[in-house]
Design a protein around this ligand. Structure first.
Ligand code: SIN
Length: 409
C-alpha cells in the first residue's frame, strides 16, 4: 500500500481494499461511511461485473450546443428571479434563480454558450440530486455523449455518473499529505480520451465541511495568451501525449475495478475552441506525459515549464465554493481544476459528476473543418507506430504535417 499512498490525492474516486467493503458482491464504501450518507442511493460502487465491460469511445462528430446559444442570455437569465454575478472579470459567474433541471432546449443552448464563454458557472439551489438518475442522464445527453469513467465509483447500475467521495474519517488529510506537501492536483478531466469532455457538471450531494473543500480553476485561454508570440508559435506546432496509465495503476493498487482498457491519446499542445474561436494551452500534470517530436530532456523541460506556468497563474484563477445544493458547470477544454483538501477532521464530502464528451481536440480552425471520424480512424491505426518513433522520424512523418496545418487559419 505504500506506493498507493503517494497516489492518495486521487483517492476520492477509487475503491480502497481493506478500508472499504463488499456489499452483495459489489465493492463500495464501509458500512460506517454508508450510514452517514444523506443520499445513500448515490453511494459509490465498483461492480466487479463491469471489469472490462465498456469500450473506449471511438471518434464521433460532436454537435456543440454552444453554437445555438443566444449571447444576450435573455432566454436563460431573463426571468426576474435570475441574478448573475461575475467571479472574476474574465473567468466564472455565479447564477442564482435558475433551476437547471427545468431548462428548455433553447435555454440549454444558452447555458452551453455561457459555460464556454465564462469557463466556469456556479449555480445555487439546484435540485438534480432529488431527481431520478434517468432524467439527469437525459438532461446531460443534450450536450454530448456521456462519459463512463474507467475506474471511479458510480451509483449502483449508473455507470454514467462519476462519484467523488471523501471518507469521513480523521486522518484522511494526513494520508493525502503523507508523501506530498499539498493536496493540489491540477487536471483537465480524463484528457487521455480521444475526444475529452467539454461541458461538465459537478453537483454536491453532501458536504459536512464547514466552509472548505473549494474546487479551484485556471483559465487555459489566459495561460496561452500570456505566452510570448514566439513561444505561442512554437507550442502551436507540437502535440502532447495524454495517458490514463497512472490513474489505472492507482485503481489497481487500491483494489478497484477497470471498466475499460487503459488509453493514450495524442492531442495538440494548443487547442482551438470551435465555438469561442480562441486558443487554449492543453496540458496538465495529471495526464500529459510527453511532447511528441522532442527528445526526452526537451519534452521534460517544456512540460515542466508549461505546467509550472499554468499552475501558478493565480491571476487567471478562481475558487468555486460549495454548499449542498450547488452545481458547477465548466468547459473542460478551457480550464484545468483541482480539489482542495483544507480540512482535517471527520467531515465527509460526497459529489457527482456528469461528463459530456466534446469535439476531437484540434490545433486550428482549418483542422477542425477538415476533421472527420473516418480520417481519425485511419490516424488511429498508426498510434502505436507514432509512439515508438524517434523524435526525428516522428517529425518527418507526422509532426511536420501537423505543424504546417497549425499555421493555417
Ligand atoms: C475533481 O478534481 O475532478 C473534483 C473536484 C473536487 O472534488 O472539488
Amino acid at each position: 500500500m505504500s506506493h498507493a499512498l503517494s497516489l492518495y490525492t486521487d483517492s476520492d474516486i477509487h475503491f480502497r481494499e481493506g478500508e472499504d467493503t463488499v456489499r452483495n458482491g459489489v465493492k463500495s464504501i464501509s458500512d460506517q461511511n454508508y450510514a452517514r450518507l444523506k443520499y445513500p442511493h448515490w453511494a459509490p460502487t465498483w461492480d466487479p461485473k463491469h471489469e472490462g465491460a465498456f469500450e473506449n469511445p471511438g471518434p464521433f462528430v460532436h454537435h456543440d450546443r454552444g453554437y445555438f446559444g443566444d449571447p444576450s442570455f435573455d432566454r436563460l437569465l431573463g426571468g426576474k428571479e435570475a441574478k448573475r454575478t461575475p467571479i472574476t472579470p474574465k473567468l466564472g459567474d455565479v447564477i442564482e434563480g435558475v433551476q437547471l433541471s427545468k431548462l428548455t432546449s433553447q435555454q440549454k443552448d444558452d447555458l452551453a454558450l455561457l459555460v464556454e464563454q465564462r469557463g466556469v458557472v456556479v449555480f445555487r439551489d439546484q435540485d438534480f440530486k432529488e431527481l431520478p438518475f434517468d432524467s439527469i442522464i437525459e438532461w446531460g445527453n443534450y450536450f454530448g455523449p456521456l462519459h463512463v469513467h474507467a475506474t471511479s465509483g458510480a451509483p449502483l447500475g449508473q455507470s454514467e455518473f462519476h462519484i467523488t467521495f471523501r471518507r469521513g474519517e480523521k486522518g484522511e488529510a494526513k494520508k493525502t499529505l503523507a508523501n506530498k506537501l499539498n493536496s493540489i492536483g491540477w487536471h483537465s478531466d480524463v484528457s487521455y480520451e480521444l475526444q475529452p469532455p467539454g461541458i461538465t457538471l459537478f453537483g454536491m450531494l453532501q458536504t459536512d465541511i464547514n466552509g472548505g473543500g473549494d474546487t479551484q480553476f485556471i483559465d487555459m485561454f489566459e495561460a496561452y495568451d500570456r505566452l510570448s508570440p514566439q513561444m505561442q508559435a512554437f507550442c502551436e506546432t507540437l502535440q502532447v501525449l495524454n495517458s490514463s496509465a497512472q490513474q489505472a495503476e492507482a485503481a489497481r493498487l487500491f483494489g478497484g475495478v477497470q471498466r475499460k482498457t487503459e488509453i493514450e491519446s495524442i492531442h495538440p499542445l494548443v487547442i482551438y475552441h470551435p465555438v469561442i474561436k480562441r486558443k487554449a494551452l492543453y496540458v496538465n500534470q495529471s495526464f500529459s506525459t510527453r511532447i511528441l517530436g522532442l527528445k526526452q530532456e526537451e519534452s521534460d523541460l517544456l512540460l515542466k515549464f508549461l505546467i509550472r506556468h499554468t499552475e501558478t497563474l493565480l491571476d487567471g484563477h478562481l475558487r468555486a465554493n460549495w454548499d449542498e445544493n450547488t452545481v458547477v458547470l465548466w468547459d473542460n477544454r478551457r480550464v484545468i481544476h483541482t480539489a482542495t483538501v483544507d480540512w482535517d477532521n471527520e467531515a465527509l464530502r460526497h459529489a457527482f459528476r456528469l461528463t459530456t464528451l466534446g469535439n476531437r481536440p484540434v490545433g486550428s480552425e482549418a483542422e477542425f473543418n477538415d476533421w472527420t471520424p473516418e480520417k481519425e480512424l485511419e490516424e488511429l491505426k498508426h498510434l502505436d507506430e507514432k509512439l515508438q518513433m524517434t523524435p526525428a522520424d516522428y517529425y518527418e512523418n507526422y509532426g511536420k504535417k501537423f505543424a504546417e496545418y497549425s499555421k493555417r487559419k
